[in-house]
Design a protein around this ligand. Structure first.
Ligand SMILES: Cc1ncc(COP(=O)(O)O)c(C=O)c1O
Length: 405
């Protein structure tokens, strides 16, 4: 269907929304069915956010129960939060490292990455460093879209002026095999005392490149030594995807701010969190309120879903199964002859030298072979729901191998 034929004008303004038979109508566990009746193994967790798959009984029951008790709420004003939202914050904080437990809730990852850099700048204003406004991210990174998030996303840098001016004083570092040195180079050019925040994804979503433990530790040290806030955008890598709540923490680095979204409600309802460290919180707690937020921040239905997700991950122990299942998936993909880099159930299948169009062709061939995966730059990204079985992991590899021919 062409965009002109449809009332839906989000993405389709450019690309059309596919033919009606492709529309998805049913989900069950790690599989989805389209209108034509075909089932697919959902190897991209819808858009990386369906971490517990479709129809998860605990999440559904939690939302239904909340729907019947208190469905509405806000954190924006009036000091009357829904109790379930406060409980959710406490349960989430209990899984976070000491000193990184102050949580702002929002609705999307984009809203929260933007909040992180604005909060960083606001903190400078309060602590008397008004000239520290520069922000550094990597070329090719993705941190969402919006007046603040689009400029942060290095992969969208060529589009920043299309509807600009957007958030100014955002700079991008070219990745040269090391997060720390690539970013330090740009910070040195700007003057490190001009830099308020560095925003990173510990695994780059567009290329699937993984930050090494030592590299991340060096970056954290550089930021610490130069008074720069390190913001870990873990919208994609957080919430169990790599077998931990946070990839940075798993690698031994506690950032100054942590952004979580996608898996926070396993994708069932919009929610996101910006977690800030104790020092920033203490500096700001008696200042004028930070001017950033939305009506539905801390929505009770999302909070109930979030509590259920934590219960499944930590109470049922699902999070402990992610690394072993990731190993099964990696080995199965390697047996099909693929070159794989992976962290838990976030796996990058390298397709060296292939253009994005070629990668997209293979992605479509996978769909014809009953498997949904993500296309990246020079790679396919495979990231199934964490509830996947080992047999399903092997099926992914077979279907991917079959699609390549
Ligand atoms: C690393 C990262 N940051 C931010 C975002 C934006 O999140 P949202 O789409 O919820 O606004 C995404 C979404 O894909 C992401 O992968």
């Amino acid at each position: 269907m062409r965009a002109d034929d449809s009332c839906v004008v989000n993405h389709p303004l450019w690309h059309g929304i596919g033919v009606p038979d492709d529309f998805l109508v049913e989900g069950d566990g790690v599989r989805v069915r389209d209108r034509s009746g075909r089932w697919y193994l959902d190897g991209r967790s819808t858009l990386w956010h369906g971490t517990l798959g479709h129809n998860h009984p605990k999440v559904i029951a939690a939302i239904q129960e909340q729907l019947n008790t208190l469905a509405l709420g806000t954190l924006l004003i009036y000091d009357r939060p829904a109790e379930v939202t406060v409980r959710f914050a406490e349960a989430l904080a209990a899984q976070l490292p000491d000193g990184l437990r102050r949580i702002r809730f929002g609705n999307t990852g984009s809203q929260m990455t933007e909040a992180a850099v604005l909060l960083s700048r606001y903190h400078r204003r309060i602590t008397g460093e008004r000239d520290r406004t520069a922000v550094i991210t990597l070329w090719g990174s993705y941190h969402g879209q919006g007046a603040g998030a689009t400029p942060l996303s290095g992969m969208l840098a060529d589009r920043v002026d299309w509807c600009g001016p957007l958030l100014p004083d955002v700079h991008h570092a070219q990745y040269h095999g090391s997060w720390a040195s690539s970013i330090a180079k740009v910070a040195a050019r700007l003057g490190p005392d001009r830099v308020t925040a560095v925003v990173i994804e510990p695994v780059m979503g567009t290329t699937g490149v993984l930050a090494e433990q030592q590299d991340l530790a060096e970056l954290a040290k550089y930021c610490r030594d130069n008074g720069i806030h390190l913001v870990a955008d873990e919208v994609s890598t957080g919430y169990g995807r790599v077998g931990a709540l946070s990839r940075s923490v798993q690698l031994g680095v506690v950032p100054d701010m942590l952004v979580l979204a996608k898996g926070i409600t396993a994708g069932y309802l919009p929610a996101a969190a910006l977690v800030v460290n104790e020092r920033i919180y203490q500096d700001l707690k008696d200042a004028e309120p930070f001017p950033h937020g939305s009506t539905t921040d801390g929505n009770p239905l999302a909070a109930a879903a979030g509590l259920a997700v934590l219960d499944v991950l930590f109470g049922d122990g699902l999070i402990d199964t992610v690394i072993p299942k990731g190993e099964v998936l990696r080995k199965a993909l390697e047996q099909q002859g693929f070159d794989v880099a992976h962290a838990g159930l976030l796996q990058r299948v390298a397709l060296p030298g292939q253009t994005f169009d070629q990668v997209s062709k293979l992605r479509r061939a996978c769909e014809d072979n009953g498997l949904l995966v993500s296309a990246g730059l020079g790679c396919l990204c495979v990231l199934p729901p964490l509830v996947i079985t080992e047999d399903d992991c092997r099926e992914i590899a077979e279907r991917l191998g079959g699609a390549r021919g």
